[in-house]
Ligand binder design. Structure first.
Ligand code: ARG
Length: 570
């Protein structure tokens, strides 16, 4: 990565080497030490000299001055000592010559790298419990997970996205019993998962003070486990119907998977792991249940088998992790779930480590906070939850209304309204750091000003319309950088590779979302300050068209990385 930070670090490393031959700082060390000054009039990057003080037996301001002298011939900019800092300013020549050309050469690949080449990342996300509504709580796992997949692919990893469907468990006993009592095929074929949920909710309610019903459900699940044909067929059908809702929502989001192996797939893979736990002496009996004691690690015990010998959530996760390791030989296996499950993951990750699997450190839990929505009077057909698809529908409707007013002649109105309506929710959600609990309103998400999806997509569409108008009117040529806001936009664009790397390192798509807003702000400032097609000199027009194209490229790539569509006209 030959970005400005890197070449500055190289220059500093040479300068330090000239002063202290065996200082032992690599260019990479220096890259991590470089800071972005809060006030850019001071410089574009700053090198704090405090850590060198001991080594060089000099006060930081003196070191800064000495380094300033040694870097006076820097070809990409200028250096200046300010207190204990050495500040660097990128030159316009470097920005125009190097940064812009690099974006043009790399195009949609600008920002990517090959650090993941030859490595596989497995990502477990979405993973809903079937038979339950696909609700707003699933937004986080689905879009964070998919965005992390896109980010990893972007830097060369081979990625396997797994939707670990919650397709097994006692709830299916209830569902089967309820269906046999009150259900009929036609109603479910027509009404889909809503009808299933209705049956399930009714059964649960009636179960509360009816032990006979509870026993019936248990018996049906037992039959299912034993492979009873009728129950297996019903189970399969229920899974399909219930999954349909999840699938439709994922299709709307453009979220895809490479595998749908759910919990049921691991039924026959658990005994081997339970056996291994027993052999290694980890399994302890506790009031009839089998557990792994984790008190040495300040955690409650991990439950492996219930009293009646049935397996549990952690048991399946352990078996699934072993299977994934054997199947994909992953370099990382990432699980995206609500932070309510953090303890569950910490526990079974520990168990995997204690079992002696040397890849236990490759398991990563990526938790996120809760999300709620205000103001939307979404009819909830299924109790107190907001269905994700209903939320999308409402958002799309509102965007359509706005568009009817603002752009009545637009072609593809429906597709654009869908991209903007769904994008608004996704963008709003991914704007916050994932661990934060968030509450949002549709009004705020749909606003065309402020840090929103519509604002970002609108800015993208603006770049497209400028380029369309420029085609054939502005001649091709390198052009000339002539204004501060052009330089500022280029500096923002040049940061993209670093933003991508940080988003991956922190498992934090919000780094990209926030960066999108930085690019939009810088672009709109440039657009306000610099006439493009009507600039005085042809060289200015040429340069500004190139710059608009570069902004479009980077903005488009960044938006796609956070699951956003980019209509060319809004
Ligand atoms: N089905 C679970 C739920 O809805 C999430 C599964 C997450 N993945 C996993 N491997 N445990 O709570």
């Amino acid at each position: 990565m030959q970005n400005f930070k890197y070449i500055t670090a190289k220059k500093i490393s040479e300068a330090i080497g000239a002063l202290v031959p065996d200082a032992g700082f690599t260019v990479e060390d220096i890259v991590t030490m470089l800071e972005y000054p809060p006030d850019t009039s001071m410089g574009d990057v700053a090198f704090p000299c405090f850590r060198l003080s001991k080594l060089m037996r000099m006060a930081p301001p003196k070191i800064a001055s000495a380094l300033a002298e040694k870097t006076a011939d820097f070809e990409a900019g200028t250096s200046q000592a300010v207190g204990g800092y050495l500040n660097f300013k990128i030159s316009d020549g470097y920005l125009a010559g190097h940064v812009l050309t690099e974006i043009e050469e790399k195009g949609e690949k600008f920002g990517s790298s090959n650090i993941g080449e030859g490595k596989t990342v497995v990502l477990d996300y979405c993973s809903p419990n079937l038979m339950k509504p696909f609700h707003i709580g699933h937004l986080g796992t689905t879009v964070i997970g998919h965005s992390l997949k896109l980010l990893h692919q972007f830097v060369g990893y081979n990625c396997v996205g797994i939707n670990y469907l919650g397709d097994w468990g006692t709830q299916f006993g209830k569902q089967i019993a309820a269906y046999k009592k009150w259900g009929d095929r036609e109603t479910i074929e027509k009404g889909g998962v809503d009808e299933l949920v209705k049956l399930y909710v009714r059964y649960n309610n009636e179960c509360e003070d009816n032990d006979a019903l509870k026993d019936e459900a248990r018996a049906e699940f037992h039959k299912l486990e034993e492979g009873d044909e009728e129950n297996l067929a019903l189970w399969k059908w229920f899974v399909e119907v219930s999954f349909e809702e999840c699938k439709k929502t994922c299709d709307l989001l453009g979220v895809t998977f490479d595998s749908f192996k759910g919990e049921s797939f691991y039924t026959d893979k658990m005994p081997a792991q339970v056996e291994k736990l027993r052999e290694t002496g980890l399994l302890k009996m506790d009031e009839g249940a089998s557990i792994v004691d984790l008190s040495d690690y300040n955690m409650p015990p991990c439950l492996i088998l219930k009293k009646d010998g049935s397996t549990l959530y952690p048991t399946r996760d352990i078996a699934a992790a072993v299977y994934r390791k054997n199947t994909y030989d992953f370099d990382k296996c990432i699980y995206v779930t609500s932070s309510a499950q953090s303890l569950h993951f910490a526990q079974w990750f520990k168990v995997v480590e204690l079992m002696g699997y040397d890849w236990s450190d490759k398991l990563v839990h990526v938790p996120y906070g809760t999300v709620s929505i205000d103001g939307a009077k979404l009819a909830t057909r299924t109790g107190n939850v907001v269905l994700l698809r209903d939320l999308f529908r409402l958002s799309i409707e509102k965007v359509s209304e706005i568009m009817n007013e603002k752009s009545p002649d637009l072609e593809n109105r429906e597709a654009v309204a869908e991209a903007v309506g769904i994008g608004a929710i996704v963008f709003n959600y991914l704007y916050n750091s994932r661990i934060k609990d968030i509450n949002f309103t549709l009004e705020q998400a749909l606003s065309f000003d402020g840090s929103t999806g519509p604002y970002a997509q609108y800015t993208y569409a603006r770049t497209c319309s400028i380029l369309e108008k420029a085609a054939g009117v502005v001649s091709e040529g390198e052009g000339k950088l002539t204004s501060e806001s052009e330089a500022a936009l280029l500096k923002t664009l040049s940061r993209f590779p670093e933003i991508v790397a940080n988003a991956i390192e922190e498992y934090e798509p919000s780094n990209i979302t926030r960066y999108v807003i930085d690019v939009c702000t810088a672009f709109n400032r440039f657009y306000r300050d610099c006439p493009i097609l009507t600039a005085e000199e042809e060289e200015q027009r040429q340069f500004r068209v190139r710059l608009t194209k570069a902004a479009k490229t980077v903005l488009g790539t960044a938006l796609h990385l956070i699951c956003m569509k980019t209509p060319e006209k809004i």
